[in-house]
Structures are given as structure tokens and as C-alpha cells.
Design a protein around this ligand. Sequence first.
Ligand code: GUN
Ligand code: ZN
Length: 435
Amino acid sequence: MTDKLIRGRLISFKRAPLSLTDTESYAYEHDGALLVADGRIAAFGDYAAVRSRAPEGIEEIDHRPHLILPGFIDMHLHFPQMQVIASYAANLLEWLNTYTFPEECRFVETDHAARIATHFYDELIRHGTTTAVAYCSVHKTSADAFFAEALKRGMCMVGGKVMMDRNAPQGLLDTPEMGYDETRAVIAEWHGKGRNHVAITPRFAITSTPAQMRAAQALAEEFPDLHIQTHLSENHDEIRYTLELYPQAKDYTDVYAHYGLLGPKTLLGHAIHLSEREADALSEAGAVAVHCPTSNLFLGSGLFPMKALMRREKPVRVAVATDIGGGSSYSMLRTMDEAYKIQQLLGERLNPLESFYLMTRGNAEALSMVGDIGTLEPGTTADLIVLDAAATPAMKLRMETVKTLPEELFLLQTMGDDRAVIETYVAGNAMKTAL
Ligand code: GUN
Ligand code: ZN
């Protein structure tokens, strides 16, 4: 019997907020409750109303005065890079070659992959992330470890065995055939098992030959419902080298378009330095540009023009992510703090309602999964977090002067981290306090 009543201040977005005063964009219950039955949200509303519908003797958990939100969604990170975070490098390509590729070679070992997978999910839960979209390593063992641990914890995860057949150490290379066969094997073993979703994952144009790109294209044609994830236009040297390797391409985006890899389920990490033509191409395909602010600042990659891309005549779909281990924090709150600062530097405003929308419903929409995750709407899975905007002494002091909900959310985003996450529920089960 997993049914329970979870009481607190509820907030769930209905659509993208248009301004800081757009109260129609979200549902808020000051003394609210969620009725959770069989791992799903059965009712959302005022505590007294939901209580009256709940069975007699139901377990009640009182999180007042804290906020209850849908769990955060992290749209791009690398499971084998937990021990790469905080590596001192001048830029992306140096960081990949010096630290990242050697570290990923270790994931050929089943025991190592399983050990890191345990830490990976612990860290997600600690930070309030209930769904993530991850790159595994080139080794099938890493994808097996990633999905086995997700299944054990009942979490909704998207991930892929990386395809890469050049420009990396021998221990990190497959071939076009291996990349195809092993991705197919991962799909057969894991896709649809529990809440697991497999993504077709060519790492980026630099590490895939044209023959491997064709293999990725074949997979995309055979499995049109699967997500595709790769990297795009993160760094100027990366862009230059890509165009040397694919001289016939109009630009970096055209490499992926040429192989049929651009569509509404395509997630493109970074996409910082796009031409107008490339932004049009993403918009027309419905592909998603995934913003990774802590990584872009850490590696000095550039300032992602998020607001400018969103308000184009042909808008580009945008999502947000940590990009562990190029990124420097597992926390989506820290991530949105850095996203805010990047827009400040570009002369743009990113308001806290937009930030919280992006971390929850926005990312779920970008994944085409809003029927299951990203909101507190009845019928969706009860992946929830409980946030305390007075989690530290400094936050508590600042909370004394906070008067509105947007102010409270902005404080959480600006000063919050894993300490602000009081509880993380996955399918109605309390996971954080059980760690
Ligand atoms: N481009 C190709 N691989 C990677 C990676 O692992 N991290 C980042 N930030 N960019 C990449
Ligand atoms: Zn990445």
C-alpha cells in the first residue's frame, strides 16, 4: 500500500510564463496536498478538498511550510564523467583529450561502471533531479550499468551508449558496425524496461566518421520514436575542425541534417555559436538546443543566447542541463543561477518563473514526456521534490524579507543547492532521506 497524502505548498506550471506577473502560467496551492496512489498523482488541490477524497487512515506526510514541485529534469550530462568534474583545462578539446577520454576508458570494467552508477543516482536524488538524459561511454557495459540502476530505483531515465569511431584513444572507439549493433542491443535489452528510454547517441561529428553517421541514420530510421542526442557548436576550434572533417557541409548543423539526425526528438548539447541559417534549421526541424550554463562558463565555451533564440520569428526549442562533468554542479538550482548570469551578460532577463518552468515542465516538453513527468497534474508519475528556501542560515535570514512567490523562487535559484532539497520522491517513494 503506497498510497499517501503529501501536504505542502504546491507549484506546477501549466505553460511557459510570459512575465514575472503571469500568475495564469502556474497552479499554486498555499495549503495544498497531493494524493498519491500506485506511484501516480491521483489528485492535486487544496488540502481539505483532497483530504476529503482520500481513503480513511491514509498515510499523511506534512511538508509545510516547504514548497512541493515536480522533480527537476536534467537534459544533458555524462554518467562516466563523475570523476572528471573540476579538471583544469584551457578549453573543450584540451579537456576532452587530457582528462575526459582517458577517464571514460575505465568504463569497459563492469564493476567500475556499476560502482559509479550507484553514486550517479545517489547524487541526482540528493540534488532533486528525478529524470536525466545521459551519455554513457562507448562501452555497452556502461549503458547496462546505467539502465540497471535506473530500473532498481524506478526512475525515468534517458540514456545512450555513445557511438565514436575516431579521434579518441583506442580503448574508447567502436566501429560503424559495432556502434550500430551495440546500440541495437541496448535498445532490445533496456528500452521500455521500467521507465528506461534509450537515445541514439553519436558523441559529435569530430568522433564519428561519415560511415558511423550513416549507421546512426539507419538507427534513427529504424527507431523513429527514440531520442537522438549529440553535441553541436560548443567551441570555435571544435567548429573549425568539424568543417575540416566534413568539407561538403554548409555548416556544423548541416552535418547532422545531412544524416537525417535533426528532428523533434533531437537534443543538441550546447549549440552556442549558431548562424541564422542554423537556428532556422533547428527551428524547422523542431530540434532542441540544450543549454549547459555551468559547463559553458567552466570551459570558456561562450554565452548561449537563450532568450534571443526563443523569441526569433522561427523560435528554437530550448532546454537546460548540468553537463556533468564539463558542468561544475549537479544542482539544477546552481545551473539556473548561472543561466541567469549568462543572460545578464547578454543584456537579457531570465525571470525565476521561467527558470522553474524550464527545470520542470519546460524540460519535460522538450523531451515530449509531459504526460508523465514535469508537472503535478493528476495522472502523471509522482516524481516530486520538496524545497526549503530557508535551508541555510544565510538563506533563512534573506527569507525574512521575501514577500512573494517569485522572490522566494529567485532566492532558491540564487542561493540554493542540494541543501535546499528536503526530500526527493520517485514514483511516490521518498528517496533522499533513505540515502
Ligand atoms: N563534446 C563532445 N563530447 C563532449 C563532452 O563529453 N563534454 C562536452 N562538454 N562537450 C563534448
Ligand atoms: Zn556533453
